[in-house]
Each structure stands twice: as C-alpha cells, then as structure tokens.
Design a protein around this ligand. Structure first.
Ligand code: HXC
Length: 294
C-alpha cells in the first residue's frame, strides 16, 4: 500500500524499537525505515532479530538488532548505548515489546500477573527512563531546544474490562498512565513528546492468533464499525504521524492563543509545531465503542 506520507519524513532520524522484530513491531520498524529512519531493534530472540534486520537491509534501510530483555535494566542501558554508538543519536523510542496469554483470573498465578506487568509496564518505564539522556533537547545530535519522541504501544482492553486479560489490562492501563505522566514532565522539561497507540484487532498478528481464534474473530468483525480487521500498516502509519513533525502549525497556535503572552508566562513549548503530546491514539476502527447488536 502506498504511504500517504512523504518518503523522507523521518530522514536523518534514528529509531529504537523494543519488540521491533516481529508482528506489529516489525511493521513499525519497516515503515519507519522506509520513511527515512535508521532502525535499531531490541528483542529476546537472536533469530528473529537477524531475519528482521536482513529484511530491512534488503530494502536499503540501515538497521541493527540487539538482544535484550526490557525487564533488565542492564540490557536497557546497553542497548541504548549501543544504538547511539552505532547511529550517533536517538530520536524515536517505540515500546512495542509485550507479553500476553489468555487466562481466567482465578487460574493466573501472581507470578504470571507480575511477568506481564514487568514486560509491558515496567519495561516501558525502564526504556523511557534510560533513554531520557539521549532523547532530551541538547542530547547527542539534538538541537538545544528540540528533543525526541516516545511511542508506547498499548491496547483498548482496559477501557472497559476484557475476559481473561486481567494482567494485560492492568499493564496497559499503567502504560497509558506512564504516557501521560512523561508527556507532562518531559514535554515541559526536555521537549520530549510522549504518545501511545492503542491497536484494535489487527490481522496476522500474535495478538489476534493467540487471543482470539478465528471463530471469535468472525463474530467480532460484525461489531467493528468499519466491518474489518485492521492491518499492521494502519498502526505503522499512526506511528509515522506521531513520530514526524506533523501537527499544529506553530504560527497558527501563536496567533490563536496569544503566543507572546504564553512565552511571557513561561510556556515556550506551546509555541512549537509537533503539537501532539500525551495522547494515546486508538486505531481500532471504532471497535471499543461498539456493542453487539441484539
Ligand atoms: C497461565 C502463564 C501462561 C499461560 C505463562 N504463564 N504463560 N499462566 N497461562 N498461558 C505464567 C507462568 O506459569 C509463570 O508463572 C509466569 O507466567 C512466567 O512465565 P514464563 O514462561 O517463565 O515467562 P517468560 O518466559 O518470561 O515469558 C513471558 C510470557 C510469554 C509473557 C509468558 O508468553 C512471552 O514471552 N510472550 C512474548 C510474546 C507475546 O506474548 N507476544 C504477544 C503480544 S500480543 P509461575 O507462577 O508458574 O511461575 C499483545 C496484544 C495485547 O500484547 C493487546 C491484545 C488486544
């Protein structure tokens, strides 16, 4: 499918993606790379990393894979250091690593619950925390007034409640909260925008095949207002929008909300473009709003 974005919209940027070797994560690696970014992928499985990197290289995309587990601080530190050593800077961190399985709450051990919280929520915070020094304004390769961006991959399960997903729902609720808190603190102090994407059911992914067998999905499809499963590409395009400099034109914002007054009041960040910060963009065809027809 042809991208609606210019091919060089991320030219010169460097992206690190956890879980970027497979599923939605790989599509994000591929599309960020096709739009000009150099790609570092962090994952636990060497063979998955090698094949993802080979695919990117075959398209001429600069890419490297690093083994690491987002639950381990030493891995986070090492992979971030290695990424910046390889490419000279870091502009985009995508937290796409996740763990999941269906289990009734009464059968889930506390350690199973903890495992998913540690991968999704603690892992996301860990990566953000260790990436701060590279992403903040004035960091390696950065302008003194312009920082990088973070995209946290979330879900919609926790907007209401989902059967047999107590662990993931709790973890993704934490991820969304991390997105908002960091957007507030790091947007203000370091010019880092932090956003999320909440995919709905996306075809050809571990999420769907592991969690929703075909008989469930054929029923589910009837409830998606757009009547179809999403594609990994849909999530990748949302990521390119969030990672790029698209957003409100700053001169317009200045005119509309009185830029000089804001500047005088100490809100210089509000005077820039790239104005999307602290949101989790739902890309699910409207499914989370829908109720089965009786
Ligand atoms: C019940 C389970 C279980 C299962 C693991 N556990 N699988 N409990 N049902 N199917 C419990 C174990 O018994 C153990 O608790 C604890 O979880 C840790 O298990 P380990 O196997 O030691 O953990 P680990 O090897 O670290 O594996 C992590 C994992 C695994 C999450 C369990 O599935 C994984 O690595 N998955 C990564 C890939 C993945 O799931 N991708 C899908 C992402 S899709 P005890 O008490 O026995 O010690 C996605 C979509 C979200 O995230 C949105 C959906 C709409």
């Amino acid at each position: 499918m042809e991208s609606p974005f210019k091919g060089d919209v991320l030219k010169g940027k460097v992206a690190l993606l956890t879980g970027g070797g497979s599923g939605i994560g790989f599509e994000l690696s591929l599309q960020l790379g096709k739009h000009g970014a150099s790609i570092a992928i962090m994952g636990r499985r060497r063979n998955v990393l090698d094949s993802a990197v080979a695919s990117l290289h075959s398209l001429g995309i600069p890419a490297i894979g690093f083994e690491g587990d987002v639950r381990k601080r030493e891995d986070a530190v090492r992979v971030l250091e290695s990424t910046v050593k390889q490419f000279g800077r870091l502009d985009i961190l995508v937290n796409a690593a996740a763990g999941n399985f269906l289990v009734p709450a009464e059968d889930l051990s506390p350690n199973g619950f903890r495992t998913v919280i540690e991968i999704d929520a603690v892992g996301t915070f860990m990566m953000c925390h260790e990436a701060l020094k590279y992403l903040k304004k004035g960091g390696p390769g950065k302008e003194p007034s312009s920082g990088g961006t973070i995209i946290n991959i979330s879900a919609t399960l926790h907007y209401t409640a989902s059967w047999y997903q107590i662990h993931v729902s709790a973890a993704k609720a934490a991820v969304d909260s991390i997105t908002r808190s960091l957007a507030l603190e790091w947007g203000t102090d370091y010019d880092i925008r932090v956003n999320g994407i909440a995919p709905g059911p996306i075809g050809d992914t571990a999420g769907v095949s592991k969690l929703a067998p075909e008989e469930v999905m054929s029923k589910e499809r009837q409830n998606v207002p757009l009547f179809k499963l999403g594609e990994k590409w849909d999530i990748a395009m949302a990521a390119i929008y969030l990672a790029s400099d698209a957003g409100t034109e700053n001169s317009m914002v200045v005119d509309i909300i009185g830029g000089q007054a804001l500047k005088a009041a100490g809100f210089p960040n509000l005077l820039r473009g790239k104005y999307v910060n602290g949101t989790t963009l739902v890309v699910d065809g409207g499914l989370w709003l829908s109720k089965p027809r009786s």
